[in-house]
Write a protein that binds this ligand. Sequence first.
Ligand SMILES: [Zn+2]
Length: 161
Amino acid sequence: MNGPGADARGRHTENCMHEDGTTEAGSLRSLALGARDAAYAPYSGFRVGACLEAADGRYFVGCNVENASYPVTMCAERVALGAAVAAGARQFRRIFLCTDADAPVAPCGMCRQALAELSPELEVESESGSGDRASWKLSDLLPERFALLRPVSGSVRGDTR
Ligand SMILES: [Zn+2]
């Protein structure tokens, strides 16, 4: 439904049918699709896959993991972020999201804050179930993120920034 260019909400959009699958985003997309297919979403039926690209070129995937106690549910973006941080990655270039939704979906507010902690300028790409895409800069999605002036001493041990 979105053609190339930008829609009324300022999102930069493109349709993946224009892609030949060999673009830079190709493998990010396929990993995100695989994660989406693995999502555990028996309650909402809303499956999300994410692939987070670290600054060092590594990819980390996540999917949503729902729970009978609904607030326990984890979003795909934060599952990918946790895997990345556990592997030592602290800076990220972009994240690719795939859902079954009718239109590309942006990360929820909690995930925006979580991702902005380490990479406020992250590129966010999202693909709908029909292949429509939208992209944003995280700082546009969350222009006034919450940030402490200075992390508490010791909390950044191992930080490679
Ligand atoms: Zn989320």
